[in-house]
Design a protein around this ligand. Structure first.
Ligand SMILES: [Zn+2]
Length: 244
Protein backbone atom coordinates (compact mmCIF):
# COMPACT_ATOMS: atom_id res chain seq x y z
CA UNK A 1 0.00 0.00 0.00
CA UNK A 2 1.31 3.46 -0.86
CA UNK A 3 1.13 6.25 1.70
CA UNK A 4 0.21 8.67 -1.09
CA UNK A 5 -2.86 6.63 -1.96
CA UNK A 6 -4.40 5.88 1.40
CA UNK A 7 -7.37 7.65 2.94
CA UNK A 8 -7.44 8.73 6.60
CA UNK A 9 -9.50 5.70 7.73
CA UNK A 10 -6.92 3.42 6.09
CA UNK A 11 -4.08 5.27 7.79
CA UNK A 12 -5.80 4.52 11.11
CA UNK A 13 -6.11 0.85 10.14
CA UNK A 14 -2.49 0.35 9.08
CA UNK A 15 -1.21 2.15 12.17
CA UNK A 16 -3.42 0.09 14.49
CA UNK A 17 -2.31 -3.09 12.74
CA UNK A 18 1.32 -2.05 13.26
CA UNK A 19 2.25 -2.14 9.57
CA UNK A 20 5.82 -0.97 9.01
CA UNK A 21 6.55 2.08 6.86
CA UNK A 22 9.19 1.62 4.15
CA UNK A 23 11.00 4.80 3.11
CA UNK A 24 13.00 4.66 -0.15
CA UNK A 25 15.92 7.12 -0.10
CA UNK A 26 18.21 7.83 -3.04
CA UNK A 27 19.51 10.48 -5.36
CA UNK A 28 19.75 11.76 -8.90
CA UNK A 29 23.21 10.75 -10.16
CA UNK A 30 24.65 9.90 -13.55
CA UNK A 31 24.96 6.13 -14.02
CA UNK A 32 27.05 5.66 -17.15
CA UNK A 33 25.79 6.27 -20.67
CA UNK A 34 23.31 3.39 -20.46
CA UNK A 35 21.29 3.73 -17.24
CA UNK A 36 18.60 6.00 -15.81
CA UNK A 37 20.07 8.68 -13.55
CA UNK A 38 17.46 7.88 -10.90
CA UNK A 39 18.60 4.27 -10.53
CA UNK A 40 19.53 4.36 -6.86
CA UNK A 41 16.02 5.45 -5.86
CA UNK A 42 14.18 3.48 -8.54
CA UNK A 43 15.74 0.16 -7.52
CA UNK A 44 14.72 0.71 -3.89
CA UNK A 45 11.18 1.55 -5.02
CA UNK A 46 11.06 -1.65 -7.09
CA UNK A 47 12.29 -3.71 -4.12
CA UNK A 48 9.70 -2.08 -1.84
CA UNK A 49 6.92 -2.93 -4.31
CA UNK A 50 8.03 -6.58 -4.24
CA UNK A 51 8.25 -6.65 -0.42
CA UNK A 52 4.68 -5.31 -0.34
CA UNK A 53 3.52 -8.34 -2.34
CA UNK A 54 4.69 -10.61 0.49
CA UNK A 55 4.04 -8.71 3.72
CA UNK A 56 1.73 -5.88 4.84
CA UNK A 57 3.73 -2.65 4.60
CA UNK A 58 3.12 0.97 3.68
CA UNK A 59 5.52 2.57 1.18
CA UNK A 60 6.29 6.26 1.72
CA UNK A 61 7.00 8.73 -1.09
CA UNK A 62 10.72 8.58 -1.87
CA UNK A 63 13.46 10.97 -0.85
CA UNK A 64 14.77 11.50 -4.38
CA UNK A 65 17.33 14.27 -3.95
CA UNK A 66 19.95 12.90 -1.56
CA UNK A 67 23.60 14.00 -1.33
CA UNK A 68 25.97 12.81 -4.06
CA UNK A 69 29.06 14.94 -3.41
CA UNK A 70 29.20 15.53 -7.20
CA UNK A 71 31.49 12.47 -7.25
CA UNK A 72 30.09 11.58 -10.66
CA UNK A 73 29.67 14.89 -12.36
CA UNK A 74 27.37 17.85 -12.01
CA UNK A 75 23.86 18.79 -13.09
CA UNK A 76 24.73 18.85 -16.80
CA UNK A 77 25.86 15.23 -16.47
CA UNK A 78 22.69 14.23 -14.65
CA UNK A 79 23.87 14.61 -11.06
CA UNK A 80 22.21 16.70 -8.36
CA UNK A 81 23.73 17.56 -4.98
CA UNK A 82 21.56 19.34 -2.40
CA UNK A 83 22.58 21.61 0.45
CA UNK A 84 23.38 19.06 3.15
CA UNK A 85 22.13 21.04 6.15
CA UNK A 86 18.86 21.78 4.36
CA UNK A 87 18.50 18.14 3.33
CA UNK A 88 19.16 16.96 6.88
CA UNK A 89 16.55 19.32 8.29
CA UNK A 90 14.00 18.19 5.71
CA UNK A 91 14.69 14.53 6.49
CA UNK A 92 14.29 15.05 10.23
CA UNK A 93 11.03 16.97 9.86
CA UNK A 94 9.45 14.33 7.63
CA UNK A 95 10.64 11.40 9.78
CA UNK A 96 9.14 13.15 12.80
CA UNK A 97 5.83 13.44 10.95
CA UNK A 98 5.92 9.73 10.06
CA UNK A 99 6.29 8.92 13.75
CA UNK A 100 3.48 11.33 14.62
CA UNK A 101 1.28 9.56 12.08
CA UNK A 102 1.68 6.59 14.40
CA UNK A 103 4.11 4.34 12.54
CA UNK A 104 6.05 2.32 15.12
CA UNK A 105 8.49 0.66 12.73
CA UNK A 106 10.04 2.81 10.02
CA UNK A 107 12.64 1.37 7.65
CA UNK A 108 14.75 3.76 5.57
CA UNK A 109 16.20 1.79 2.66
CA UNK A 110 19.34 3.00 0.86
CA UNK A 111 21.23 1.84 -2.25
CA UNK A 112 23.61 4.77 -2.69
CA UNK A 113 27.18 5.11 -1.44
CA UNK A 114 27.79 3.52 1.97
CA UNK A 115 26.06 3.64 5.32
CA UNK A 116 28.65 6.16 6.53
CA UNK A 117 28.08 8.49 3.56
CA UNK A 118 26.13 11.77 3.80
CA UNK A 119 22.79 10.28 2.61
CA UNK A 120 22.66 7.47 5.19
CA UNK A 121 24.15 9.68 7.90
CA UNK A 122 21.44 12.32 7.40
CA UNK A 123 18.81 9.70 8.20
CA UNK A 124 20.78 8.10 11.04
CA UNK A 125 21.44 11.49 12.66
CA UNK A 126 17.79 12.50 12.38
CA UNK A 127 16.66 9.15 13.82
CA UNK A 128 19.05 9.42 16.77
CA UNK A 129 18.02 12.99 17.58
CA UNK A 130 14.31 12.19 17.30
CA UNK A 131 14.59 9.23 19.65
CA UNK A 132 15.87 11.49 22.48
CA UNK A 133 13.67 14.47 21.69
CA UNK A 134 10.47 12.44 21.48
CA UNK A 135 10.90 11.25 25.07
CA UNK A 136 11.06 14.81 26.41
CA UNK A 137 8.12 15.75 24.17
CA UNK A 138 6.09 12.94 25.74
CA UNK A 139 6.52 14.76 29.04
CA UNK A 140 9.33 12.80 30.66
CA UNK A 141 11.49 15.06 32.83
CA UNK A 142 15.16 15.78 32.20
CA UNK A 143 17.06 13.00 33.93
CA UNK A 144 14.47 10.39 32.96
CA UNK A 145 17.08 7.79 32.02
CA UNK A 146 18.63 7.97 35.47
CA UNK A 147 15.36 6.99 37.13
CA UNK A 148 14.94 3.27 36.57
CA UNK A 149 11.13 3.22 36.57
CA UNK A 150 10.97 6.06 34.01
CA UNK A 151 13.67 4.45 31.88
CA UNK A 152 11.72 1.17 31.77
CA UNK A 153 8.44 2.96 31.05
CA UNK A 154 9.93 5.06 28.21
CA UNK A 155 11.21 1.94 26.46
CA UNK A 156 14.20 1.56 24.17
CA UNK A 157 15.76 4.66 22.60
CA UNK A 158 16.63 3.06 19.30
CA UNK A 159 14.83 0.88 16.80
CA UNK A 160 11.91 3.10 15.84
CA UNK A 161 13.64 4.24 12.68
CA UNK A 162 15.89 1.60 11.13
CA UNK A 163 18.28 2.95 8.47
CA UNK A 164 19.63 0.07 6.39
CA UNK A 165 21.34 -0.68 3.09
CA UNK A 166 18.96 -2.16 0.52
CA UNK A 167 21.28 -5.17 0.28
CA UNK A 168 21.06 -6.69 3.78
CA UNK A 169 23.90 -9.10 4.72
CA UNK A 170 21.63 -12.12 4.20
CA UNK A 171 21.22 -11.19 0.51
CA UNK A 172 24.92 -11.09 -0.32
CA UNK A 173 25.83 -13.12 -2.28
CA UNK A 174 24.25 -13.16 -4.81
CA UNK A 175 23.44 -9.46 -4.41
CA UNK A 176 26.24 -6.93 -4.58
CA UNK A 177 26.85 -3.25 -5.18
CA UNK A 178 28.86 -1.24 -7.67
CA UNK A 179 28.23 1.88 -9.70
CA UNK A 180 26.35 1.26 -12.95
CA UNK A 181 28.40 -1.91 -13.44
CA UNK A 182 27.49 -5.59 -13.58
CA UNK A 183 25.32 -5.52 -10.46
CA UNK A 184 23.41 -2.25 -10.80
CA UNK A 185 22.84 -2.69 -14.52
CA UNK A 186 21.50 -6.19 -13.82
CA UNK A 187 19.27 -4.90 -11.01
CA UNK A 188 17.65 -2.42 -13.40
CA UNK A 189 17.42 -4.92 -16.27
CA UNK A 190 15.45 -7.25 -13.99
CA UNK A 191 13.07 -4.59 -12.73
CA UNK A 192 12.82 -1.73 -15.27
CA UNK A 193 14.43 -2.96 -18.52
CA UNK A 194 13.06 0.00 -20.45
CA UNK A 195 15.43 2.25 -18.46
CA UNK A 196 18.60 0.46 -19.63
CA UNK A 197 20.21 0.87 -23.07
CA UNK A 198 23.28 -1.37 -23.16
CA UNK A 199 23.87 -0.46 -26.82
CA UNK A 200 24.83 3.05 -25.59
CA UNK A 201 27.99 1.56 -24.06
CA UNK A 202 31.12 2.08 -26.15
CA UNK A 203 34.88 2.65 -25.75
CA UNK A 204 34.26 6.00 -24.07
CA UNK A 205 32.24 4.46 -21.21
CA UNK A 206 33.80 5.26 -17.79
CA UNK A 207 36.03 2.84 -15.86
CA UNK A 208 33.24 1.79 -13.53
CA UNK A 209 31.37 0.20 -16.42
CA UNK A 210 34.32 -2.14 -17.08
CA UNK A 211 35.52 -3.03 -13.58
CA UNK A 212 35.80 -6.70 -14.42
CA UNK A 213 36.83 -8.48 -17.57
CA UNK A 214 33.83 -10.81 -17.46
CA UNK A 215 31.33 -9.10 -15.20
CA UNK A 216 30.69 -5.58 -16.46
CA UNK A 217 27.95 -3.28 -17.78
CA UNK A 218 28.01 -5.07 -21.15
CA UNK A 219 27.50 -8.55 -19.69
CA UNK A 220 24.94 -7.49 -17.06
CA UNK A 221 21.81 -9.58 -17.47
CA UNK A 222 18.27 -10.22 -16.28
CA UNK A 223 19.09 -13.61 -14.72
CA UNK A 224 21.70 -12.16 -12.35
CA UNK A 225 19.42 -9.19 -11.66
CA UNK A 226 16.48 -11.43 -10.80
CA UNK A 227 18.59 -13.60 -8.49
CA UNK A 228 19.73 -10.45 -6.64
CA UNK A 229 16.19 -9.05 -6.45
CA UNK A 230 14.84 -12.34 -5.04
CA UNK A 231 17.60 -12.48 -2.42
CA UNK A 232 17.17 -8.84 -1.40
CA UNK A 233 13.38 -9.15 -1.08
CA UNK A 234 13.68 -12.39 0.93
CA UNK A 235 16.15 -10.78 3.35
CA UNK A 236 13.81 -7.83 3.89
CA UNK A 237 10.74 -10.01 4.39
CA UNK A 238 12.71 -11.93 7.02
CA UNK A 239 13.90 -8.75 8.77
CA UNK A 240 10.40 -7.21 8.83
CA UNK A 241 8.86 -10.51 9.92
CA UNK A 242 11.20 -10.73 12.90
CA UNK A 243 9.83 -7.42 14.17
CA UNK A 244 6.11 -8.19 13.77
ZN1 LIG B 1 23.98 3.48 -8.20
Amino acid sequence: MYLKHIRPYQLKEVVERGDPLLVPAGCIETHGPHMAIGHDTIIVEEICARIAEKVDVVIAPSFDYGPTGYALGGPADGTIDPDYAAFGGHVKAILKNFREMGFKAIYVIIMHQGMEAPLALAFKKAAAELSFESILEQGYPRGWWGVESLKDEAGPLSGHIDVQPMILPDASPPAGGDHAGYNETSFLLATRPELVEQDRLDDTAPWYCRQDEEKNSWTANVEHGQAMVDAVVAAWVKRIGSRL
